[in-house]
Design a protein around this ligand. Structure first.
Ligand code: GLA
Length: 400
């Protein structure tokens, strides 16, 4: 038993050493520092992506109608400006000159025409490629070995955002493959947000902020309570690595896709916001229910995500299924989410000592889902009763 533990220790230490030495090489090599100093992502990206709802079933009409809907629903005014096409937008082979080609029946007008349309609405266009030989759907080539050519193609199409996936990568380390595309984008002559989709394989939080504007810390989300919480938990471990210009990404939103109850989607959205995650909508915004629209449009919760201080919140206390998440905001304020993961209604208390406030500090508490400021002042702690699979979210503001 003891020997097995020892072995475990050796393996873990070796793994840690490997990943740290990889990332420290990236940090120490001056040539590789700030590869992606593109001035983007001062706050986490906000927008929409085709994958979580449409998978491969999208075309240029879907994308145009989505852009229309982002504007007509008011979502774009709230900050959701990126319209991101995920996998399956291209032809299965490059053209004779080695260029990527838009799918001839799904995207007959081409990507540049779509970018023009989206820009005409005051929005930005995102596209998808892969740091491997083929994308994850296996329906189009990846960019490995073609980085400069593809980055130029995307820039010539006036693309504003690249999600860069990790399939079919030939076993080459991501710390080798992703920086090549980062450099290529910087040379392409257009600021392009670089979203690393490396699934957390080699702890991209440790090296991603030199390379991209955000990095997936986890495997793919699916539209259910357990998976969603698991993504939030893994992402939380890397909180110290997020900062303006580069953010941890626990994957795109499932709000509105139908697999969770309203209160669960509220927890999902609240945790993503306090975690300073990119808020990339994953439902069909052309046909949203009122509940979905209400959640995605909560300007007070969005303001937590987009707070200029840019410090990711953490899980500061967990007792069984009851949790307190908290993080500092600008103006000496603090965001708090009280999460009840359990199946019974329970009281949850945020203690000032846990959330970074002086024990004698008096605050005013704003309930971000009720849209009201609680009566009176709070000193030392704040307690709320929270329904099963639900949360309460507050901004606490010091008085005086
Ligand atoms: C991977 C990514 C997903 C999505 C698909 C597309 O699984 O993690 O977000 O882009 O590929 O095939």
């Amino acid at each position: 038993m003891e020997r097995r533990n020892m072995l475990g220790l050796v393996v873990v230490t070796t793994l840690m050493f490997c990943s740290l030495s990889d990332s420290s090489r990236l940090f120490n090599n001056p040539e590789r520092r700030n590869l992606i100093a593109n001035g983007l992502a001062a706050t986490p990206a906000m927008g929409w992506n085709s994958w979580n709802h449409f998978y491969c079933g999208h075309n240029e009409t879907t994308i145009r109608e989505t852009a229309d809907a982002l504007v007509s629903t008011g979502l774009s005014k709230l900050g959701y400006i990126y319209v991101n096409i995920d996998d399956c937008w291209g032809e299965i082979a490059r053209d004779d000159d080695g260029n990527l080609v838009a799918h001839k029946t799904k995207y007959p007008s081409g990507i540049k025409a779509l970018a023009d349309y989206v820009h005409g609405k005051g929005l930005k266009l995102g596209i998808y490629s892969d740091a491997g030989y083929f994308t994850c759907s296996q329906t189009q080539p990846g960019s490995l070995g073609h980085e400069e050519q593809d980055a130029k193609t995307f820039a010539s199409w006036h693309v504003d955002y690249l999600k860069y996936d990790n399939c079919d990568n030939g076993g080459i380390k991501p710390t080798v493959r992703y920086p090549i595309m980062a450099r290529a984008l910087m040379k392409a002559g257009r600021p392009i947000y670089f979203s690393l989709c490396e699934w957390g394989d080699m702890q991209p939080a440790l090296w991603g902020n030199q390379v991209g504007n955000s990095w997936r810390t986890t495997d793919d989300i699916t539209d259910n309570w357990i998976t969603m919480l698991a993504r939030a938990d893994v992402n939380e471990k890397y909180a110290d690595y997020a900062r303006p210009g580069g953010w941890n990404d626990p994957d795109m939103l499932e709000v509105g896709n139908g697999g969770m109850k309203k209160s669960e989607y509220i927890v999902h959205f609240s945790l993503w916001a306090i975690s300073k995650a990119p808020l990339i909508i994953g439902c069909d915004v052309r046909h949203m229910t009122e509940d979905t629209k209400e959640i995605l449009s909560n300007a007070e919760v969005i303001a937590v995500d987009q707070d200029p201080l840019g410090i990711q919140g953490k899980k500061v206390r967990a007792e069984g299924s009851l949790e307190v998440w908290a993080g500092p905001l600008s103006g000496y304020r603090v965001a708090v989410v009280l999460v009840n993961r359990g199946r019974r209604r329970r009281a949850i208390t945020a203690l000032w000592e846990d959330i970074g406030l002086h024990p004698s500090m008096a605050v005013e508490a704003r309930d971000l889902w009720e849209h009201k400021t609680l009566e009176g002042h709070f000193v030392g702690e704040l307690t709320a009763t929270v329904d099963m699979h639900s949360c309460k979210m507050y901004v606490l503001k010091p008085i005086g």
